[in-house]
Design a binder for this molecule. Structure first.
Ligand code: ZN
Ligand code: ZN
Length: 195
């Protein structure tokens, strides 16, 4: 038997609890969302630069399922349904969604695929080295090609051999793609050979 947590004891902001309570009294509502800092992704606009802002997206995390009658939160849907069957709604209610799914919205950096609960944490992430390295690549792509590498390639072009089998792109892709699969066939061959 799984025990639920009263909504009022949940570790979420008071404002979020208020918003969720409103949803609980709405018979048609079946999902409620909140952020840990009661802000939205729009708040990031004034906190980070445009590139970092474009990397941000909302990501929802399942927190639990709330029984609309007694406002108890269960981490799993099954547990909430089982509770309702025995206590709050022995017979399925009509014209009402008995469950309210609770979701937390987090701020995700799509470059780094990391998530944070507050806009401040997201801002801190954008100041980190690993994130800055990634956005630097994007900014290079956006800005017009002023890179000195273009002059290099023209020099290479004149001396490039006609042998197409030695193209650098080919060797590059093969070095990136790992081949983790061991050759089982050869091993079995060896076994048979030793017998
Ligand atoms: Zn209940
Ligand atoms: Zn990032």
């Amino acid at each position: 038997m799984t025990f639920g947590t009263p909504l009022s004891l949940l570790q979420i902001p008071q404002q979020a609890i208020k918003d969720v309570s409103i949803k609980l009294s709405d018979p048609k509502a079946n999902v409620a969302q909140y952020t840990q800092d009661c802000k939205s992704i729009n708040s990031l606009k004034s906190l980070v630069n445009s590139v970092d802002y474009s990397c941000a997206r909302e990501s929802t995390v399942d927190v639990g399922y709330i029984c609309k009658k007694c406002q108890t939160v269960y981490p799993a849907k099954d547990a909430c349904l089982a509770h309702q069957k025995t206590l709050c709604y022995p017979t399925p209610p009509e014209n009402i969604q008995p469950l309210l799914k609770l979701e937390q919205i987090q701020y995700e950096c799509r470059l780094c695929t990391d998530k944070w609960s507050t806009v401040q944490e997201y801002k801190m992430h954008c100041q980190g080295e690993s994130h800055k390295t990634k956005t630097a690549h994007i900014q290079q792509k956006i800005s017009p090609s002023k890179s000195p590498a273009t002059s290099h390639s023209t020099v290479q072009g004149t001396t490039q051999p006609k042998d197409s089998s030695h193209t650098p792109t080919k060797s590059l892709s093969s070095s990136i793609t790992p081949s983790p699969l061991p050759k089982n066939d050869s091993k079995e061959d060896q076994k048979e050979a030793s017998d």
